[in-house]
Design a protein around this ligand. Structure first.
Ligand code: AMP
Length: 396
């Protein structure tokens, strides 16, 4: 059964319930200001399409942050409602809660076409994938649209169980379509040479993706804090760099497979005595005692660039250093620039590398920048996601 997309839906005069991922980062200095509106901007095509198709009502829903099943104003979708209203040029009514009694009344009023349900995660039933909660949500719409790619790896009431109430009436949105098409280019017969760059800090979170990627890539560059367990596993010294014993065991497991020849590790580093200390170029793989590796060094960057210029497909997930600090950002921004200049298909598949690409102003120069880090990694690992399977096949 193929996934049905919104262009196949008859939305005229229908009440439409639509799940998006409006879990946007907020400004650290002003908690009412959205720091990056990409996820909302990327949803606008679907929202506008639904409205232009003559839907009678559009009920939007999303989670936001981790309020752990309790009402907490800090996690209100209020800033999202204001931004959406500004972008759509019409009122967006934010409900008190997702189960607010007033919603039924709103649905029967002629004015206020667009309604945004308050944060779904104010209700423990959302993350509990509760069927009764999903049923209550489903009473708001005759048709269901799913465009929350960033939440599609979650088996929650609004991403999974809800499909029990929309047999043959559930459709994917445009963002979901774009994300899936991009991932399929990586998974199904990527143009070779196919190279992947994996950075960041959590080896245990990314071990599966590394193992999966090693099957299909020609080269895998491991940078950022991810590199130290691999270097330590090979017998190099890593000073005070971030690294756990568990990560070293995981790295050893990977280095014991024949695919280890595909792995490219740092040749040099930018180190410091402290996270906010002075940066020093260290022209050796070994890091002395007392120093922390905080970025890949210039030789490593040049080495990566040498390989990457021949790539036809590149996947990047995770920064190559503590890039939030300018002194340790050269590797990450250098790789972003290199990718932006390639003729290859470039997919930026995750949280912090997406930020780095945005900060460099290079988003438009990449083939695809995913809105869902966790979701895209899980899709590559598993070949699908619970939210997409449920949308495609329905659930009993
Ligand atoms: P992840 O969520 O696993 O992609 O990790 C992203 C985080 O890893 C970012 O906040 C980076 O600053 C951090 N990071 C990357 N490289 C290093 C490093 N060498 N030392 C400490 N943190 C790092």
């Amino acid at each position: 059964m193929a996934l049905k997309f919104i262009t196949e839906a008859d939305l005229k005069d229908k009440k439409v319930l639509a799940r998006f991922d409006f879990n946007v980062p907020m400004d650290k200095n002003d908690s009412s200001k959205i720091a990056d509106t990409t996820r909302i901007d990327e949803a606008l095509e679907t929202i506008n399409y639904i409205l232009k198709s003559g839907a009678k009502k559009l009920v939007l829903m999303s989670h936001f942050g981790r309020p752990k099943g309790e009402i907490n104003k800090k996690y209100s979708l209020e800033p999202v409602a204001s931004y959406l209203s500004e972008k759509l040029g019409e009122d967006v009514i934010l409900t008190e809660t997702a189960l607010d009694r007033g919603i039924k009344t709103l649905l029967n009023l002629n004015e206020s076409r667009v309604i945004l349900l308050e944060n779904l995660r104010f209700h423990p039933e959302e993350e509990g994938n509760d069927r009764e909660f999903a049923r209550q949500l489903s009473t708001y719409g005759e048709v269901f649209v799913f465009d929350a790619f960033g939440a599609a790896h979650r088996k929650h009431a609004s991403t999974y169980e809800i499909n029990a109430f929309y047999k043959n009436k559930a459709y994917g949105g445009f963002l979901l379509k774009r994300e899936l098409e991009a991932l399929e280019k990586i998974i199904n017969h990527p143009k070779v040479p196919f190279m992947a760059i994996v950075g960041g800090a959590k080896v245990s979170d990314k071990i599966k993706i590394i193992e999966t990627l090693l099957i299909s890539v020609d080269k895998l560059f491991i940078g950022g804090a991810m590199a130290y367990p691999f270097l330590k596993a090979q017998g190099y010294t890593i000073g005070k760099s971030l690294c756990s014993d568990e990560d070293v065991s995981l790295a050893k497991r990977i280095l014991n497979t024949p695919s280890k020849t595909k792995i490219v590790l740092p040749l040099d580093h930018i180190v410091s005595g402290a996270l906010d200390g002075k940066p020093e170029v260290l022209d050796s793989i070994n890091i002395p005692e007392g120093k922390i590796g905080l970025d890949i060094g210039p030789r490593t960057l040049a080495h990566y660039q040498d390989f990457l210029k021949n790539a036809q497909t590149v996947l990047w997930n995770g920064p190559l250093g503590l890039f939030e600090n300018k002194d340790f950002s050269k590797g990450t921004f250098g790789v972003a620039k290199t990718l932006s200049e390639l003729k290859a298909y470039t997919l930026i598949g995750g949280g912090d590398s997406v930020n780095a690409v945005k900060l460099s102003g290079l988003t438009d120069k990449m083939s695809h920048v995913s809105t869902g880090g966790g979701a895209s990694l899980e899709f590559i690992e598993e070949g699908s996601l619970p939210g997409i399977q449920a949308l495609k096949f329905g659930i009993d």
